[in-house]
Design a protein. Structure first.
Length: 138
């Protein structure tokens, strides 16, 4: 299900709140995705998200990378990921590769496939360098 309209997403970025952390015994990546409409206002969006993490300096995902797919076309799922305080979609990802812990950094690419007002698919993409792992006491 696609919901095109005059307030359809035209820009997307990986928000600077994005970080890696250790939560208890688990390493995880907390990704914040911000979407904006043609007027530059922060909005919700409908579409599919792909997040890829690879070693810094690697040119492709290859054997050292990992990928997550999130379907935001289902409205109940979509709303469950939206963080009203930051006005971003917040994805908490686990299953990080071992090299990520030892290197403490990686290169992330987030791709958001959504629809234009005429119903054609629009792909928005951003890259982000995850630099360190912080410890969370929650």
């Amino acid at each position: 299900m696609w919901v095109p309209g005059p307030f359809a997403p035209t820009e997307m970025r990986i928000h600077p709140l994005t970080h890696a952390e250790v939560y208890g015994e688990q390493r995880r990546l907390v990704v914040h995705m911000e979407i904006r409409d043609g007027w530059g206002d922060t909005i919700k969006g409908v579409g599919r998200v792909t997040i890829r993490l690879r070693k810094s300096g690697a040119t492709t995902i290859g054997e050292s990378g990992v990928k997550w797919d999130i379907d935001l076309r289902d409205l109940a799922t979509n709303v469950s990921y939206f963080d009203s305080v930051t006005r971003t979609y917040k994805f908490v990802l686990t299953g990080l590769p071992d090299w990520f812990e030892s290197e403490g950094r990686g290169r992330m690419r987030l791709t958001f496939h959504t629809a234009r007002t005429d119903g054609t698919i629009k792909t928005l993409q951003d890259d982000f360098e995850v630099l360190s792992v912080s410890v969370s006491e929650e």
